[in-house]
Design a protein around this ligand. Sequence first.
Ligand SMILES: O=C(O)C1=C[C@@H](OP(=O)(O)O)[C@@H](O)[C@H](O)C1
Ligand SMILES: C=C(OP(=O)(O)O)C(=O)O
Length: 425
Amino acid sequence: MLIVRKTERIEGVVNAPPSKSYTHRAVIGASLAEGTSRIKNPLNGDDCLSSVHGCRMLGAEIELNEEEWVVNGTSPQTPDNIIDIGNSGTTLRILTGVSSQIPKGYAILTGDDSIRKRPMQPLLDALKQLDIEAFSSKENGTAPIIVKGGKLKGDVVKIRGDISSQFITSLMMTLPFNENDTEIFLTSPLKSKPYLEITMDVLGKFGIKIDETEKGFLVYGNQKYKAIDYTVEGDYSSASYLVAAGVLFNSDITINNLFKDSKQGDKAIIKIVKEMGADVKVKDDKVIIKGEYNLEGIDIDVKDIPDLVPTISVLACFAEGKTTIYNGEHVRLKECDRLSACAKELSKMGAKITEKPDGLIIEGVKKLKGAKLNTYHDHRLVMAFTIAGMKAEGETVIEGEDAVKISFPNFVDVMKSLGANIGVK
Ligand SMILES: O=C(O)C1=C[C@@H](OP(=O)(O)O)[C@@H](O)[C@H](O)C1
Ligand SMILES: C=C(OP(=O)(O)O)C(=O)O
């Protein structure tokens, strides 16, 4: 567990860790390409290693080095065991689609307690429309998922866009194997759209062509992934905890490795803290913060930025006035129900939070007190609550800190290097 105590000042220069979303797509795309791809600056986090494991099970050869992953790709092969993808929703969703391209037999994908609660049915229904047999072994729409190798058929697939964009990423990565061009027709408004921009960005590098249409997307048929050398950019979701610390504390910090023109929706963290009143500077690939700032509550639409909710919730507790987080029904469908978890756990510290079906209303209280917090094995809660604990009076105990290995393995060391008062027990 982490024992977090009040921290007075943070200072230093740190690198944002590599992007989790980009690493997943790069390693899976490389695994589908004939030939050798090199992925530089990959995220060595548990979720991305789940993608590595899944791709190996489907036939790719992957050599992991600190600075670079070397991938020898192939068309998907029938795995000789079940594929355990741990805690990674992105891996489960993308590889469910990709597994349909094994030449014979079945692929079975499963994972931990949390992953076996994440919705899958819309993706299974979509694959069925394309003549692929894919189903939940429990028949309740969750993993274990069984996918039968088969030929994709058809030229249109209908799917809702409001549960998880990862279903659509999965289709985008699988449909180039269809002989026909396929239209992805969205039957409800899209959430988390920037993640599809990330998918199209990476797939474009692999030579895969997808167009956005009025109703969704058009994935061209009969396409081949080509092997590439690819460098992964920094992760704005992970950087959001550093940004939050920068604005909440007396600080002088520089965060490197944040690409200014990134497709990542979570680069909105910069805009959000500015709107709340912080004077954050962006210079090339650096974010420079000299805090602390008096923040003001604002209204925030989290439709496209679900992963920022824990960070925003903590910022809002220390702001003046009311913050309304809305359009976030899908935030409940992550590693845990993050709306309910933020409301429940931060309230233990004295936060004033009202839970709504699609968000949170947070009355800034300016001060929190230390408490023992449950993190539901959720990496983003561990990191957001650590920042809250550093600002609180007294001691905060955070359980399940191991979860940071999922997306920001050296989070505790980075925070301590900046001067955070954190002990590990
Ligand atoms: O595709 C991705 O890399 C992700 C998509 C988002 O999920 P949803 O599309 O389910 O909202 C996000 O929450 C997740 O952390 C990563
Ligand atoms: C929800 C997340 O990831 P995934 O969907 O891949 O489990 C996350 O990283 O916050």
